[in-house]
Design a protein around this ligand. Structure first.
Ligand code: BG6
Length: 519
């Protein structure tokens, strides 16, 4: 396929109009991270907090207290320093790093031992007094999910959830439940202690710039919304493809699988941004209400419209990799899916009849998260009969691709006349907006924005209890059907491929195919 690319650039004089950092700074407070000895704290949370510090977005009087079971002392802060350098792309001699590390301390506690929480409360009061910090607290639960409830209940029992003054919130990592019943129960337990406006159910995809940019693209521009519907759109594909395997998280992944780990949350969040009606404002309630409306308009997904796969050994980037069943701490006969694909529809006036195809998988050919929106062909293809003699054989439909990662951007494919050909030969070309080259910055991990919003009490980019229950309600019947019947043919795709045949058949049945030329 011949193709040409048009690069869109932002003019430097326009960039200078972008508001500078420092506009929204939380009040002085303490962030308490439960499960602080885990990977997430070192790889994502502390580097992101340090990026906020570099951008002058943290209050001057601020403390971070890591909490976990292991007895650790100062080595915790030093370990975090290493994490910031290694995973945050920060220079070891960054002038702000020493000062930042002074704000980090550690408290050892057993999450489910109620008698330990009075000590934690006293420790936070001591730090607050010493560092002249007010009553704001943000509790971040980055533990295994079975500890979410005991931690919340113990914080409540010590009166740490509802202070008389200040802002107190709780951030809860995914997985938020493992099916509808467990999500409901967890919501009930959390809301018995924290008011819903204190609860931040985090999905780091919502912190990604390009995910937020979907709303800007749709509702900050006048020309796309009129064609954003069933009259012009043929179908939508959402792909979340990873080349990584389970990376030592075998026991977690064995219980999760691709549908629970990525589709029910990250992919459904992307779908809601593509599918929602324009909210009346960019305020938490307005945005979250529209998202839930989209999910609620999805009818039950027939089991035939959901397929699963598991990778066997294969080659990724020229290197041999093991199959899932040979990964560390994975059952050698595991029936857990590492790939899931779903076909669904949204039954409302905007979308009726437009299929949405979703897929997520590990050890696929390429790391790429992308949404592609394929438009219908023009009603009469007057140039098609001339294609056989030109460089392109068939006129291709317009395609809008939103690249979430790794090469964040948006491209629009359209047909253009090939110059200097006597016939009307049409080839596809791309108008391509690339975040990095347009703005000269690379997008952050997603956690920076979300941590800041949680400290500020802004819930717009966090999931509401109704939202998580609605998406679980959609996927629980599929998970139950899968659990009741182990697939006979696992593994059914090679690591380094685009997934199992059943995934391809899901689209072939409709006369379509996955867009694999992505990223
Ligand atoms: C996490 C999943 O939520 O998202 C992981 O638990 C997955 O299994 C990760 O690898 C993908 O995130 P990202 O930002 O790398 O696309």
């Amino acid at each position: 396929m011949a193709s040409a690319t048009v690069q869109l650039k932002v003019r430097p004089e326009d960039l200078s109009q972008v508001p500078k950092a420092g506009e929204r700074i939380p009040d002085p407070g303490i962030m308490v991270i439960f499960g602080a000895s885990g990977d997430l704290t070192k790889r994502k949370l502390l580097p992101s907090l340090f990026h906020l510090e570099q951008d002058n977005l943290l209050p001057k009087n601020f403390a971070i207290v890591g909490v976990a079971r292991r007895p650790l002392g100062n080595e915790f802060a030093e370990d975090m320093r290493q994490g910031i350098v290694e995973f945050g792309g920060v220079k070891a001699d960054d002038p702000k790093l020493d000062e930042f590390i002074q704000k980090v301390s550690y408290y050892a506690l057993s999450f489910d031992d109620a008698s330990h929480y009075a000590g934690l409360k006293a420790e936070l009061d001591r730090i607050a007094q010493e560092k002249n910090i007010g009553p704001d607290r943000l509790f971040y639960l980055a533990t295994a999910p079975e500890y979410f409830t005991p931690i919340v209940e113990n914080l409540g029992a010590q009166g740490m959830a509802q202070p008389e003054k200040g802002r107190v919130g709780v951030v809860i990592e995914k997985p938020f439940g493992h099916d509808l019943d467990s999500a409901r129960e967890l919501n009930h337990q959390v809301n018995a202690v924290f008011h819903e406006n204190q609860v931040f159910r985090i999905d780091h995809y919502l912190g990604k710039e390009t995910v937020q940019n979907i709303l800007v693209f749709r509702f900050g521009n006048g020309i796309f919304e009129p064609i954003w519907n069933r009259n012009y759109i043929d179908h939508v594909q959402i792909t979340a493809a990873e080349t990584l395997g389970v990376e030592g998280r075998g026991p977690f992944y064995e219980k999760a699988g691709a549908l629970r780990d990525v589709v029910q949350n990250h992919v459904m969040e992307l779908l809601s941004f593509v599918g929602m009606e324009p909210p009346s404002s960019f305020e938490s309630e307005a945005v979250r209400r529209e998202k839930v409306k989209v999910w609620r308009a999805i009818p039950n997904i027939p089991i035939l419209n959901a397929v699963r796969g598991q990778y066997g050994p294969g080659v990724i980037d020229g290197k041999k990799v093991a199959g899932y069943r040979d990964e560390e701490r994975v059952n050698p006969e595991s029936g857990t899916e590492t790939y899931a694909a779903v076909r669904l529809e949204i039954e409302n006036w905007r979308w009726a009849g437009v299929p949405f195809y979703l897929r997520a998988g590990k050890r696929l050919k390429k790391r790429a998260t992308e949404i592609s929106i394929q438009f219908k062909q023009p009603p009469l293809l007057i140039f098609n009969r001339m294609q056989s003699s030109g460089p392109c054989t068939e006129i291709q439909p317009n395609l809008l691709t939103i690249r979430i990662q790794p090469n964040e951007g948006i491209a629009l494919r359209f047909g253009a006349k090939v110059p200097n050909t006597p016939n009307m030969s049409v080839c596809p070309v791309n108008m391509d907006f690339d975040y990095a080259s347009a703005f000269g910055t690379s997008a952050a991990t997603g956690y920076e924005r979300l941590l800041l919003d949680a400290m500020l009490g802004d819930q717009t980019l966090f999931s509401h209890r109704d939202g998580v229950e609605t998406t679980w309600a959609l996927y629980t019947p599929i998970l139950e059907a899968w659990a009741a019947k182990n697939p006979e043919v696992f593994p059914n795709y090679f690591a380094g491929s685009w997934g199992p045949d059943c995934g391809n058949r899901l689209l072939e049945r409709d006369g379509r195919s996955w867009r694999n030329n992505i990223g």
